[in-house]
Ligand binder design. Sequence first.
Ligand code: FAD
Length: 275
Amino acid sequence: MIPPIASNFVAGETPSEALDHVADLNARGVKGICNLLGEHYDDRADADADADAYIDLAERIARRDVDACLSVKPSQIGLEVGDRAFEENLARIVDAADCFVWIDMEDHDTVDVTLDAFERHARETDGNVGVCVQANLKRTGETLERLADCPGKVRLVKGAYDPPASIAYKEKSKVDEMYREYLTYMFEHFEDGIAVGSHDPAMIEFARDLHDEHGTPFEIQMLTGVREDAQFELAEEYEVYQYIPYGSKWFSYFYRRVRERKENALFALRAVVGA
Ligand code: FAD
């Protein structure tokens, strides 16, 4: 069982707990992006098992008729296994799922293979897949030019990995500046499919201004347990998705949330003790 201090950030260990969480969110106007926790598998059987679990989840989403989609990590479904395990498992998931499928972006050396897979499926499904791009990577301007006329959605995030300085912006202020620059490009050149993956009120405000100026539709995405009041408030005016991690591998995810922001632990603790 997940202890209360971690359950703020994780929807449960099972798919039905994740979908109960989605149903609660849907009732408040927020849609779900379900992510089964797991990454960096070097065993094909583990990668295949998680791909099967996503296919099962997609069937459950259809059966329960909740508003939710999937987000998969390439290294979870076989990128580090080789033998085209990632490509084959992604194709299985995209073919089987009735719902939208997001592909998360991981380390900088996986960008090309991830973008290639995204573009192939985005064109084949006429836009039923999305990919994440990271504002801290210097190459992201070129990536957005490549994706501007591709169907599907693009989630812009600041970047959770730590690429070398030769290919990445390291200063937070520079990453914020680039986030704004890339977002501006997206609103000017994308017809739709813009996803703002950030909790940062300044970036969300910036996106709202761009939307007012250009009229291009966009959605806001935030994580479970982070600024949830803001999620519900924004959902009254905009399309808001919550990225919902679930599964038995919750500990390392919770630990990462706490490490990246110590206030997360205090926040979770306060929720537990009701302070
Ligand atoms: P930060 O720059 O961390 O913080 C800016 C401001 O936002 C803070 O000053 C505060 O006002 C507010 N804020 C941030 N966190 C909190 C909090 N916990 N509580 C209250 N206020 C807060 N990264 C990847 O590399 N690949 C991915 O595929 C990926 N997918 C993601 C999907 C979603 C839906 C989201 C939200 C993030 C994803 N990320 C991904 C992570 C992302 O790259 C950032 O590391 C993470 O979102 C932190 O950046 P930020 O823009 O939210 O805000």
